[in-house]
Ligand binder design. Structure first.
Ligand code: NI
Ligand code: MN
Length: 227
């Protein structure tokens, strides 16, 4: 069984067959996520797609408190190691690794990845996670790209978490195409409304998805669903 809870922006806590996996934690600086109790989030793993502040802001504090294993690209992982985070697992594009919640593949994203202090954060990515309860794609921050078709060829994707805020990433139109490329009809929206640049009309986005025979799920911050 896969449970997920939305903590705003691109932050989701998955519970996959009992293991807690947190993606791209950006909670304390997010005005929209003020009600989230960050101290209560104790993951077993933290997966980070790239080095931008709006994806790594709470990594250090949560990793220190929980002892969670940080999984990201080599450069992002090395940066956190220098800050004292010891439980880490570096990856790079095209590589897969099996953890106790499933098999993770680090896949391409078209974006950038500079870390908050200006250090190089390697190249940005996304994750495909194959679990006993199904396979999902967490796109991270990315433009639509044809490499997504490779994900559709290799995996049976049950659902995909896609950015829909436009401006810095895909908007809804490209997210619908991306869902076609990876072969799913279920999109969970992320990376919208946090900042003025990425404010969107959520109802219009849901309608657009519906017209393309897709379901776009927009979760409330703090909402938990089972998939
Ligand atoms: Ni970014
Ligand atoms: Mn971002």
């Amino acid at each position: 069984m896969i449970d997920l809870t939305y903590y705003g922006h691109s932050t989701f806590l998955f519970v996959i067959d009992g293991k807690k996996v947190l993606f791209d934690p950006f909670i304390t600086p997010n005005e929209l996520a003020k009600k989230v109790d960050v101290k209560a989030i104790k993951p077993d793993y933290i997966l980070v797609t790239h080095g931008h502040e709006d994806h790594v802001a709470d990594v250090q504090a949560i990793a220190e408190k929980s002892g969670a294993m940080l999984v990201s690209n080599f450069e992002v992982v090395s940066w956190f190691q220098e800050k004292g985070i010891e439980n880490v697992h570096p990856m790079n594009h095209g590589g897969s690794k099996t953890f106790d919640f499933g098999k993770v593949k680090y896949v391409n994203a078209i974006h950038s990845s500079t870390l908050p202090d200006g250090a190089g954060g390697g190249n940005p990515g996304g994750f495909v996670v194959k679990t006993k309860s199904g396979t999902f794609y967490y796109a991270g921050d990315t433009a639509l790209n044809y490499d997504m078709k490779l994900i559709g060829e290799e995996f049976d994707i049950k659902f995909a978490l896609m950015p829909i805020g436009d401006n810095f990433t895909m908007g809804i139109d490209d997210a619908i195409k991306a869902a076609d490329f990876v072969g799913t009809n279920l999109i969970i929206g992320m990376h919208y409304d946090t900042f003025p640049y990425i404010e969107i009309d959520k109802e219009a986005a849901i309608d657009k998805a519906k017209k393309a025979d897709k379901e776009l799920k927009i979760l409330k911050i703090g909402e938990k669903i089972t998939l």
